[in-house]
Design a protein around this ligand. Structure first.
Ligand SMILES: [Fe+2]
Length: 381
């Protein structure tokens, strides 16, 4: 099931692209200008066949998180440009379809010219999304009211960084800024909730070297995300983290004391949606303490609530990363995998906060989900 979830979006994107290529070719073949110059049509056909082969044969290989035959930055750029190609082809196809070029004449020429900005709007949106992903970072504060919270924990601040995806689109400059913003919050605890990197070959060491600058009086803790797991990097992250003063909690808990109050911070590696978590985390709950779970995947919130965790901190969804408002619905890919996409949720006395995170996967674009450094503040109910 997890494999299906990993590959379904890739398969859908490839299928849509191949269908769009076929559609574009059919529409181009009907253009009078193309009919008059068959060599142009042959060149377009050859280009679209080459791009179809790239999308169907090369992109799935590049998507493998442990593919290490090329530098990780090259793979990241190749995948991003491939996705921009998909967007451009869909825009071009829509433009051809809407302007009905089969009956091309001077009035049609005006219609085509008028339709061009509308068809190119998604590309403009992508440009805005690139700028937002790179420069739109801010601190998002979320108060979590916990009934019966000990007085010594009232006002306790936890700063959360997640889904950094350290690489060409979220590099040292951006991460340094995020760490500086996190340090400005003067949090008591700093937590990392997974996806430090995207794939094998990404500079995990450089990422953790910058994260070593995180300051929090009770320490820096973390859990691993799906990308560390797929790239088989959790052990390396543990070793680098230990040297940098970062403790990755892997089916472990750290019991922290603030005055006379106890806060139990538990964490475990990414769990896929198909896995049942409840039975596995029962032993991580500390009776009489405030229990907080670090788990990358927010889909497991019901299990955390059932087990007795007061709060779960997660990432993974990137807040949808690209959100498209359609009628009254907010469409994003994360909704296909979980109902917990972004922000605070509650089941009984348990709460979940899903951070939008910092980096991106695939296309380096964020729409409706700016990168965030999360500051959680515990409040007595
Ligand atoms: Fe992620």
């Amino acid at each position: 099931m997890e494999t299906l979830r990993r590959w379904a979006p890739v398969a859908v994107i490839i299928l849509v692209t191949l269908l769009a290529h076929r559609d574009v070719l059919r529409r181009l073949a009907r253009l009078p200008g193309m009919r008059a110059r068959p060599q142009r049509l042959r060149a377009c056909r050859a280009a679209l066949i080459a791009m179809s082969a790239w999308m169907a044969a090369v992109v799935p290989v590049l998507t493998l998180h442990n593919f290490a035959w090329l530098p990780a930055d090259v793979i990241a750029w190749a995948l991003a440009l491939s996705l921009f190609w998909v967007l451009a082809v869909l825009c071009f196809d829509a433009w051809l379809a809407w302007a009905q070029p089969a009956s091309f004449n001077p009035s049609r020429r005006r219609m085509l010219a008028a339709a061009l900005p509308a068809a190119a709007a998604p590309l403009g949106g992508a440009g805005f999304g690139i700028a937002l992903a790179r420069y739109g970072m801010s601190v998002v504060q979320q108060d979590i009211v916990i009934p019966g919270l000990p007085r010594d924990l009232h006002g306790l601040r936890i700063v959360q960084l997640t889904d950094i995806h350290f690489g060409p689109f979220f590099g040292p400059a951006e991460l340094e800024r995020a760490v500086a913003m996190a340090n400005e919050t003067r949090a008591h605890i700093a937590v990392l909730t997974g996806d430090l990197i995207t794939r094998v070959g990404d500079d995990l060491e450089g990422c953790i070297r910058l994260l070593a600058k995180l300051k929090a009086e009770a320490g820096v803790y973390g859990c691993h995300g799906n990308h560390e797991k797929y790239a088989d990097l959790p052990e390396q992250a543990d070793r680098l983290g230990a040297r940098a003063g970062i403790t990755f909690l892997r089916h472990q808990a750290a019991l922290l004391r603030f005055g006379s109050a106890r806060l139990n911070l538990a964490g475990l590696d990414y769990f896929g949606n198909g896995s049942r978590l409840a039975g596995r985390i029962a032993g991580l709950v500390e009776p009489g303490a405030i229990n907080i779970l670090l788990q990358h995947n927010p889909a497991h919130f019901p299990a955390a609530a059932e087990t007795g965790f007061d709060l779960m901190l997660a990432g993974h969804t990137h807040g949808g990363q690209v959100n498209l408002p359609v009628l009254r619905e907010n469409i994003n890919i994360a909704r296909a995998f979980t109902e917990f996409v972004r922000g605070r949720y509650q089941i009984g006395d348990s709460q979940l906060y899903v951070s939008c995170g910092l980096g991106t996967v695939g296309i380096p674009v964020r729409l409706g989900a700016p990168p965030e450094v999360t500051l959680v503040r515990l409040c007595a109910g």
